[in-house]
Design a protein around this ligand. Structure first.
Ligand code: CP3
Length: 343
């Protein structure tokens, strides 16, 4: 098997490979003892700029689970950190921004990424591509809305109140901010693909906080700009968000080849909403893997059956692996998906 006809890339292109490919969002870290041991004493963002750690952590879930794709170990705020935005990732909280961005004067800091800003990261991609062989590497970036939410709120938010306040009350500033973030996200994806990544995923994790009308007006053009900016590279583009049942068609229409689906919408219904010409990725509830194995496998079978109606289906959880997840449950799930006959 070569990289180009790996099950993952085939499914991204809308083909039906011999087995359903599977990987897990947030597979690189958190629930793995070998990850926790390696991260001991190194801050999250520091580890994202250490080539050796990025390579090792990215490989850990591939070795342990035999998943069909690796996701690059990094974080959505890494490109912002690389251009000098003052932020940190606080354990148990997430990204925290020193000076929340709410004015025109603050836009100057969102300069373009220079290749030199991210050398340890592109070096890691290059090393990984060699080590992974025929297993594809997925590069990723945060989508403009999700990144803007952290920047405007100053940290994680339940209701995204300040973000939406800015969006509704100063649309010009909003569009200027998202335009800058979109350019940076696009540059970060391009650097990863040029270093050897085989696919990209644009995470708009918090887009589900928006109505379809607001998504289309305030967000979609900027996500579309990111996806369009890497179209010439010819790699599959996956677009994912949480709670995005009402947005699935629009997120696909933003320029995705694959639409990621959370666990709230049955996958066959998601396929109808996304429409023809795109593959889907998902969507087992990440809490399901805490149940007895028979239950997990019954639910996984439902996802696989629903996925038959898709032009291409990549099995995943409906959101990231929860930190308390038993790695053995994920290992059994990978085997189950690989052995399940969808021909
Ligand atoms: O899939 C992978 O494992 C690859 C690595 C990855 C991380 N973050 C590593 C990480 C990926 C793809 C991300 C993306 C990311 N980061 C998203 C989009 C995906 C999603 O889950 O919706 C978002 C919203 C973030 C922002 C962020 N960074 C959050 C919410 C958190 C969790 C805070 C916490 O501790 O609960 C982080 C930190 C983070 N990113 C960790 C990891 C492994 C945990 C840091 C640690 O181990 O101390």
């Amino acid at each position: 098997m070569t990289l180009n006809d790996s099950a993952f890339l085939q499914a991204c292109r809308g083909q039906r490979p011999a087995h359903t490919p599977v990987w897990f969002m947030r597979q690189a870290g958190r629930s793995l003892p070998e990850y926790l041991a390696l991260r001991e004493g190194t801050a999250m963002l520091e580890s994202c700029f250490r080539t050796d750690m990025v390579v090792e952590i990215t490989m850990q879930p591939v070795r342990r689970y035999g998943v069909d794709a690796a996701i690059f170990f990094s974080d959505i705020v890494v490109p912002l950190k690389a251009i000098g935005v003052d932020l940190d990732i606080v354990p148990g909280t997430g990204p925290v921004v020193a000076e929340p961005v709410r004015s025109w004067a603050q836009l100057d800091q969102f300069r373009d990424i220079d290749a030199d800003d991210v050398t340890p990261i592109t070096d890691a991609v290059k090393a990984l591509v060699g080590e992974l062989g025929s297993t594809p590497l997925i590069g990723f970036a945060g989508a403009p809305f999700t990144l803007a939410s952290y920047l405007v709120e100053g940290g994680p938010s339940r209701d995204h109140r300040l973000t939406k306040q800015l969006m509704y009350s100063d649309p010009q500033l909003w569009h200027a901010l998202l335009g800058r973030i979109a350019a940076i996200a696009g540059q970060f994806l391009r650097l990863q693909v040029e270093a050897g990544a085989s696919a990209v995923q644009l995470f708009d994790s918090w887009a589900g906080a928006l109505s379809l009308a607001d998504y289309d007006t305030y967000v979609k053009p900027h996500s579309a700009a990111v996806l369009a900016s890497v179209a010439d590279l010819g790699v599959p583009r996956i677009h994912f968000g949480v709670g995005t049942g009402e947005l699935l068609h629009s997120m696909g229409d933003a320029g995705a080849d694959v639409v990621g689906v959370d666990w709230r919408v049955p996958l066959d219904e998601a396929v109808r909403r996304v429409g023809p010409g795109r593959a889907v990725q998902g969507n087992l509830d990440p809490t399901a893997v805490f149940a007895p194995t028979e239950f997990v496998h019954a639910r996984a079978a439902e996802v696989l059956e629903a996925g038959r109606s898709a032009e291409g289906h990549i099995f995943n959880l409906g959101h990231g692996v929860l930190p308390a997840t038993d790695p053995d449950a994920l290992a059994r799930l990978v085997d189950f998906v690989h052995e399940y006959d969808v021909s």
